[in-house]
Ligand binder design. Structure first.
Ligand SMILES: Cc1cc2nc3c(=O)[nH]c(=O)nc-3n(C[C@H](O)[C@H](O)[C@H](O)COP(=O)(O)O)c2cc1C
Length: 231
């Protein structure tokens, strides 16, 4: 299995520990990116991606290795420490660059063959909102199945994580890894993205809007019988 781990921080702390534990338990070819070390650009809000395509983004040279790795992976792991109840700014900056991948714009059919996991660790609170920050993109990209794994570690670094919490991390990552392996190789689409696909398809048919999104859907045959999760 090809696994891509995107770390929302550049240091190897508790979040990195959990993400690596899961990736190693699933097993396979693991590629890691650390933010901002491997991508440090904030979206400029220029709309070039929406108007001309992602490959015309002013940051595309730096973005391309992450794009390629994500498109080729079977499993995407996005991991972030909780910073003031949310994913790190650098994780959100990366995700901002993939707005065109959302189901309502120009989703990539490759996503229908992937599973994903969002991981958050906090001292105590904010895991739910942090995991949502990352899951929103993965689900709206049309990833088949998105799992959430959050831990209140009661620590600022891995060595200080209490033994009972460490045991729970090991148990839960092992259980999820087993499930991911058993479920590998399937194709589909999560319910949220499917709903947005149906709404957008209706909007295209009623309004016949011209523009890059409409043309992309037309070329894919999505106004007819084709679907992103059946190609
Ligand atoms: C800037 C900053 C903001 C933080 N905000 C929160 C927070 O909102 N809630 C919380 O429980 N912990 C918060 N923490 C603690 C970390 O989320 C927690 O220690 C986490 O496990 C660190 O992961 P790491 O070792 O991968 O960096 C914050 C830490 C930092 C540095």
């Amino acid at each position: 299995m090809k696994i891509v781990v995107i770390h929302g921080q550049s240091h190897e702390g508790s979040t990195c520990m959990v993400a690596r534990m899961l990736a190693q338990q699933v097993g396979g070819e693991i590629e890691e990116f650390f933010l901002p070390r491997d991508f440090d650009k904030p979206c400029l809000g220029c709309y070039t991606c929406f108007e001309k395509g992602l490959s015309r983004c002013p940051h595309y040279a730096a973005l391309a290795p992450l794009e390629k790795a994500m498109l080729e992976a079977d499993l995407l792991i996005l991991a972030s420490p909780v910073y003031v109840y949310h994913a790190t700014g650098q994780m959100m900056s990366l995700l901002d660059h993939f707005g065109t991948w959302w189901m309502i714009h120009r989703p990539r059919p490759e996503m229908s063959r992937k599973q994903a996991v969002v991981i958050a660790t906090a001292a105590g609170g904010g895991m739910k909102s942090t995991m949502k920050d990352m899951a929103d993109s993965l689900e709206m990209w049309g990833v088949r199945k998105v799992y959430r794994l959050g831990f209140g570690v009661q620590a600022a670094k891995p060595d200080d994580i209490p033994e009972r919490i460490r045991a729970s991390i090991e148990k839960k990552t092992a259980r999820l890894a087993k499930r991911i392996k058993e479920d590998a190789g399937r194709q589909g689409c999560n319910a949220r993205a499917k709903k947005w696909f149906a709404l957008m398809r209706l909007a295209h048919r009623l309004a016949s809007p011209m523009g890059p999104d409409y043309e992309y859907w037309k070329a894919q045959g999505w106004h007819e019988k084709n679907r992103p999760w059946r190609t």
